[in-house]
Design a protein around this ligand. Structure first.
Ligand SMILES: [Zn+2]
Length: 104
């Protein structure tokens, strides 16, 4: 009981950290510091893996699953729509991912 509660609290803290790291990465990417953005996402991924946190769809499209590059349209990523899919291409490592377009 007690241990389960503690585990849940840790989980909540980890989720908050992930959210903060995404925001920091975005800020860094906006200022053009992609190295720093990637660093934040590396840390985010480590926390996500360690605490087995699932991230949201919106968060998933923000970074490259392969090299943890922050995906910024026109800068570090090429984003286009194709057959009902959003195709995101990482311009750093060439990784291509397809996501079903979110229904409006
Ligand atoms: Zn990449």
């Amino acid at each position: 009981m007690n241990r389960a509660k503690k585990k849940k609290e840790t989980h909540v803290i980890a989720e908050e950290r992930i959210e903060i790291l995404f925001k920091l990465a975005e800020k860094a990417a906006i200022t053009g510091d992609y190295t720093q953005a990637k660093y934040y996402l590396d840390v985010m991924w480590a926390i996500k893996t360690k605490f087995k946190i699932s991230i949201t769809k919106a968060q998933k499209v923000l970074f490259c699953r392969k090299c943890k590059n922050f995906m910024m349209s026109g800068k570090t990523a090429r984003i286009r729509c194709e057959d009902g899919y959003q195709v995101v291409e990482c311009l750093l490592c060439g990784e291509i991912r397809r996501y079903p377009l979110l229904k409006k």
